[in-house]
Design a binder for this molecule. Structure first.
Ligand code: SAH
Ligand code: SF4
Length: 365
């Protein structure tokens, strides 16, 4: 059965009309769902009781319960572990950027697009745990609206950005991920430029995004300057050769005039050599892009470690010297975000499903 957030406004109108109510009732429901951030049909006071009851039976809100939360010490990063209707667990993160350093005062939600992931990146806790299932559009949207409600109730700032950088490979679940983009844009009112999809390098997905109706941001997780190393780090990398990924990125930049974010997870002794930085700069030559260096977060595999800070900065200098814009991901408060997969991986099917605020150290150390 679809949920309320699975439907576009025209689809919702068709549903409401099929239930014998006028189409404007659908617009009221839409307004309650995305502007008033209602959590149930009961809240929709200006709708007839019978219609609310029928909708609750036939088009429920997605069943996504917060079973655990974690917050960073500065309170700027919060993570939810959600349990879905079939018991599957996913996580979602809210990152509030400090207004002192971020004039725009962003509030970014990092959503999961799948429960688990089948791409098999060696260094990723989600990948290590394997694939469970695709999420629906409604389950992706629910992650954002959950935080939007929490922010409203706490008098905090509304959600300004969404990144598909949680669990899963969004391009391997394109239709549902795109449906979520449309709901966030058409319903919640987020600008396409404030939505970013991150992919491990799924070429057909990048090409589709290049032609999409809304110019959403693209982040591509490369992690290596050559195909050989990529195949060692990502179990499924043989499917899409690096050259084809870069070609697809060029098509995207030409069509959208938008810069691609290249994510590069730095691992000591694996991909952090200055010569590899030079090779990466050569591979990206002439491309409208920006490299985001991410010192790897610890995962259950202890052989994967962060490089020393000096090594990271040396890598960055090599890129910058060759004209490739490059930043190192800020560490403060972002640990729990970058360690996506770890909260779910570390929660042993608790009997007690209450919301238990835990410290970050407790959640990810
Ligand atoms: N599957 C997509 C989106 C989700 S992963 C992708 O791979 O792009 C989002 C980001 O988290 C990716 O750039 C990934 O490389 C990064 N990531 C995964 N494991 C990490 C770890 N242990 N430390 C730091 N970043 C990690
Ligand atoms: Fe999947 Fe992305 Fe993790 Fe790789 S990094 S296993 S693609 S979620």
């Amino acid at each position: 059965m679809p949920s309320l957030y699975d439907l576009s406004l025209p689809e919702l109108e068709a549903r409401v009309v099929a239930l014998g109510a006028p189409a404007y009732r659908a617009r009221q429901v839409w307004h309650w769902a995305y502007t008033r951030l209602a959590a149930s049909y009961e809240e929709m006071g200006n709708l007839p009781h019978a219609l609310r009851a029928r909708l609750a039976e036939t088009l429920p809100f997605p069943d996504a319960r917060v079973v655990r939360t974690a917050a960073s010490e500065d309170g700027l990063t919060r993570k939810h572990l959600l349990r879905l209707h079939d018991g599957v667990r996913i996580e979602t993160v809210l990152m509030l950027y400090d207004p002192r350093s971020d004039a725009r005062g962003r509030a970014t939600v990092c959503v999961s697009s799948q429960a688990g992931c089948a791409m098999g990146c060696l260094f990723c806790a989600t990948g290590q745990a394997g694939f469970q299932r695709n999420l629906t559009t409604g389950e992706i949207v629910a992650q954002v609206l959950g935080f939007a409600r929490e922010q409203r109730d706490a008098g905090g700032r509304p959600i300004t950005n969404v990144v598909f950088m949680g669990m899963g490979e969004p391009m391997a679940n394109y239709a549902a991920a795109w449906g979520a983009v449309e709901r966030l844009h058409d319903g919640l009112g987020l600008g396409a430029r404030h939505i970013t999809i991150s992919t491990v390098g799924h070429v057909p997905g990048i090409r589709r995004l290049a032609e999409a109706r809304l110019p959403v941001g693209l982040a591509v997780s490369l992690h290596a300057p050559d195909q050989g190393l990529r195949e060692r780090l990502i179990a499924t990398a043989h499917r899409y050769p690096l050259d084809e990924i870069l070609d697809a990125c060029r098509i995207y930049t030409e069509r959208t005039r938008r810069r691609v974010t290249v994510e590069y997870c730095l691992m000591a002794g694996v991909n952090d050599d200055p010569a590899q930085a030079r090779a990466l700069a050569a591979a990206l030559k002439g491309m409208l892009c920006h490299v985001n260096l991410i010192p790897v977060n610890p995962t259950p595999d202890a052989s994967i470690r962060r490089p020393p800070r000096a090594r990271t900065l040396a890598f960055q200098r090599e890129l910058a010297a060759r004209g490739v814009p490059c930043t190192v991901r800020v560490e403060k408060g972002v640990e729990i975000a970058a360690a996506c997969g770890q909260l779910a991986a570390r929660t042993p099917t608790p009997r007690d499903e209450r919301s238990v605020p835990v410290s970050i150290a407790g959640a990810v150390s």
